[in-house]
Design a protein around this ligand. Structure first.
Ligand code: GMT
Length: 375
């Protein structure tokens, strides 16, 4: 198959899913053409079946805002026409599904569109009155639609009144790559005296509630020698750094910023914190689980579909910092329980979210979509 993979190139789950999916499909012999305004973050290393097409943005004094949607549609038309694409897979509906619809109309050649809904495209941004009708239309006009959790499928049908078959295909992880490895060097840096290591990874947006992770850790470090490793960057980073200074725990908290390679870091971790306010799946928690790291999370969105309370970690209400701190202290002060939870976390990742299994699901879904008439 010849697939156009359209995604955001930035530090975020939807771009990661698109990139890892594209690479895995290329390994299976498909030809994958990434289309975006910059090289997707995890698109590193050369593969003969992978191509990258950058969307050029024309500027003009009349335009106060960049006109990405038509520019992306034009690039899709060009790539689809000359590379003879079978389908466009749009990750994150805004504006990718809309540009794909435009491209299909222009081409008039039966190009299929599969749209994957990832999270805030449905739960937040798409609900803005200035986007909603276009979002609904673009989803309805896609030949196939997938959502990364049952929660997100439900939100899409209720919030938008969309009466369309939406296939749930979860996030996935390369369980061979994401596997706990010896990490003496990293552990020596993070925890030279054998402290416990808590990790949080996100794009530091408000929905991630990174301040809650810091407050949970603040309670933990009063009871257990420990450190907090914060990976990622985004709008809330400065306020988080400020909070760490206010709490007087600067020596115990490391801000690593954006990182490409997480396996070493996750292999040094004892616990992963995900106190999000909204999370349609929680890809970074899955990557931690694959590395035998139990997760302390909130109960929002798709998180209860990912992890099992009392088995792979613990789940609490949004903002219940005390409870999440208590759960953390309980696990960290009980080595055999911590180990058991870590093993269960990996087992769940391997049995349910292995890249090989999930990529096959996408492949089958593409095949189904190729033979249906456009909606
Ligand atoms: O919806 C977003 O915030 C964007 C997206 C991203 O690009 O970071 O994240 C979402 O998609 C991920 C991959 O499918 C999911 O694992 C995340 O849970 C989801 N984020 C939210 O729902 C907040």
């Amino acid at each position: 198959m010849k697939i156009g993979m359209v995604c955001y190139p930035t530090y975020g789950g939807s771009g990661v899913v698109a990139t890892e999916l594209g690479k895995a499909l290329a390994d299976k012999g498909h030809e994958v053409h990434f289309i975006s305004y910059a090289l997707p973050m995890r698109l590193n290393g050369y593969s003969g079946n992978v191509f990258y097409h950058e969307v050029e943005m024309a500027t003009y004094p009349l335009f106060d805002f960049p006109l990405y949607t038509p520019a992306l549609a034009s690039k899709m038309v060009e790539v689809a026409r000359f590379e003879k694409l079978d389908l466009i897979h749009a990750h994150y509906a805004i504006p990718h599904a809309t540009s794909a619809f435009l491209a299909r109309e222009i081409l008039g050649n039966g190009l299929k569109i599969v749209t994957t809904l990832h999270g805030t495209d449905i739960t937040l941004v798409g609900l803005e009155p200035s986007f909603l009708p276009v979002m609904k239309f673009s989803i309805e006009k896609s030949d196939g639609v997938t959502a990364v959790s049952r929660f997100l499928r439900e939100k899409t049908t209720t919030n938008y009144g969309i009466d369309k078959d939406i296939r749930v295909i979860p996030n996935f992880v390369d369980i061979e790559k994401y596997n706990r490895m010896p990490c003496d060097d990293v552990c020596g840096v993070f925890a030279p005296k054998g402290e416990k290591v808590l990790v949080h990874v996100s794009n530091f947006r408000t929905v991630k509630r990174v301040q809650d992770a810091i407050r949970i850790f603040n309670q933990v470090q009063k009871m257990i020698p420990s450190c907090l490793i914060l990976v990622g960057d985004g709008p809330d980073r400065s306020s988080c750094e400020m909070l760490v200074r206010e709490l007087g725990i600067r020596e115990k908290v490391r801000f690593l910023g954006k990182q490409q390679e997480l396996v070493q870091i996750l292999s040094a971790a004892d616990l992963f914190l995900m106190p999000s306010q909204s999370e349609s799946f929680g890809l970074s928690a899955l990557e931690a689980m694959a590395c035998e790291v139990p997760v302390i999370s909130t109960s929002v969105g798709g998180l209860p579909e990912l992890q099992v309370h009392g088995e792979t970690g613990f789940i609490a209400e949004i903002g219940d910092i005390d409870r999440m701190a208590r759960y953390s202290i309980d696990l960290l002060s009980n080595p055999s329980k911590l180990k058991m939870f870590g093993v269960a976390a990996r087992k769940r990742a391997v049995e349910n979210f292995d890249v090989k299994k999930v990529v096959d699901e996408y492949e089958k879904y593409y095949e189904e979509c190729l033979v249906v008439a456009h909606p």
